[in-house]
Design a binder for this molecule. Sequence first.
Ligand code: NAD
Length: 495
Amino acid sequence: MTDRLQMFIDGEWCDASDGRTLTTADPATGRDWATFPSATATDVDRAVRAADRAMYEGPWARTTATQRGKVLRRMAEALAARAEHIAHIETRDTGKLLRETRATTNYIAEYYEYFAGAADKLQGSTFATDKPELMAMTLREPIGVVAGVIPWNNQLFLSAVKVAPALACGNAVVLKASEFAPAALLELGHIAEAAGLPPGVLSVVTGEGDPCGSTLARHPLVARIAFTGGHETARHIVRHSAENLAVVTLELGGKSPIAVFDDADLDNAVNGIIAANFGAAGQSCVAGTRVYLHRSVRDEVLERVAARAATIVVGDPTDAATEVGPLATQGQLNRIEAAVGASVGEGATLRVGGGRPALAPEFRDGWWYAPTVLECPSGDITAARQELFGPVLSAFVFDTEDDVIAAANDSPFHYATGVFTRDVGRAMRVTRRIRAGVAYVNTYRVISPMVPFGGDGLTGFGRESGFESLLDYSRPKTVWVNTSPNSAPDPFTMR
Ligand code: NAD
């Protein structure tokens, strides 16, 4: 018996207009647990039109920024109040550890709090001009209907950094949930209801990339697309946006480098490397999967990382003692198995992992992969070049600062980087020369509502989170005001 999920369009819970459904499975067991609607182009059109109406005609159009701040605060409260329920749903649908989904759901409420406070701090400008009797100013206006396209991992966080600033600015949002794990995102419909959002201001549609995602991204009434996902899908998004000329931001996957120098605090570096690679089973956009170790500390660090990886507790994601759960999809598992197999064939040495872990019988058909450490002779190894989005670390050795910077930059992905050293000058030199959207010094995998994040190169463009993201969900309207007591002269009369 499976649950039956519905999508949330224009303030109502509904099925697809043609009744078609898809199924979602529990990654720990591989068993289907719920069906959800496979939205048609008609359904998506209905959601976008409702958003457009809500934004330009409904009560949302007349709210003040202060009122919108209050709505966002209620969303934060509703999220915190439902955190336990949502955490269980997300764990069941994505395999993410319950203790992580619990902690992140509560932390995500902080993002709504932050943008609640920021909503009425956004201002236009006034300008000095060369025209003595004219005044010029800008009003900050909402940008238009926002399409948020969301992947299966960390859905509530990846939607919060879109929805909260978008609503703060007075936009309406249509979210597209992943076809692999839509359940946690659908919970936002309940949050919208609990917070009293007018119908249409926030809808969540479910279905496949095409037609659901593609109809949304190229819809003529969509003015802004905020996408998180893989870079191949991002190429489709950019092509879709050629039709509506929407403003686009792209948050994509990475292959981020971490450099550990000979003077680093090695306990700290080892913990940073473990967090960067095995937190969330490596299914994180900032995963620091290329680990460069200075020759003088290579053996010790690799030994310690391998020893810790070998003792990571893999298993039931609802058990508080578990450290790594399953991968979210069967496709991910297949891809990782193939990449690790190819890498060993290319000369990489398997230090730890490299297959399915031994687990209790109920998890036999789930999508599991053991934490894996590969020692790589060069950066050409498959696992070192592909974004794997799983618990697989590739380790390399380096001798000089220049060597590690060149190796770190030898990738099309430039999301994050980590530098472990006690030398502040070196930390800053290296950080400045490694291409990345986010750099961590003596730490890794940190986020905050106040601080922007985003990538460079094949990891996308634009930044999410932080006050400046309000600028991406609003646009300036320039207003010229004539202050002269006299009528303007006839423009065609010579004086
Ligand atoms: P994906 O690119 O396959 O899918 C993302 C979303 O795009 C899904 O909702 C999907 O249905 C939709 N989509 C697919 N085809 C589409 C189309 N033609 N038009 C419109 N929408 C379409 O990604 P995924 O496998 O769900 O997620 C994993 C990827 O997300 C990884 O590459 C990961 O690195 C990336 N990611 C990036 C960040 C970040 O902040 N940079 C965070 C998390 C995940």
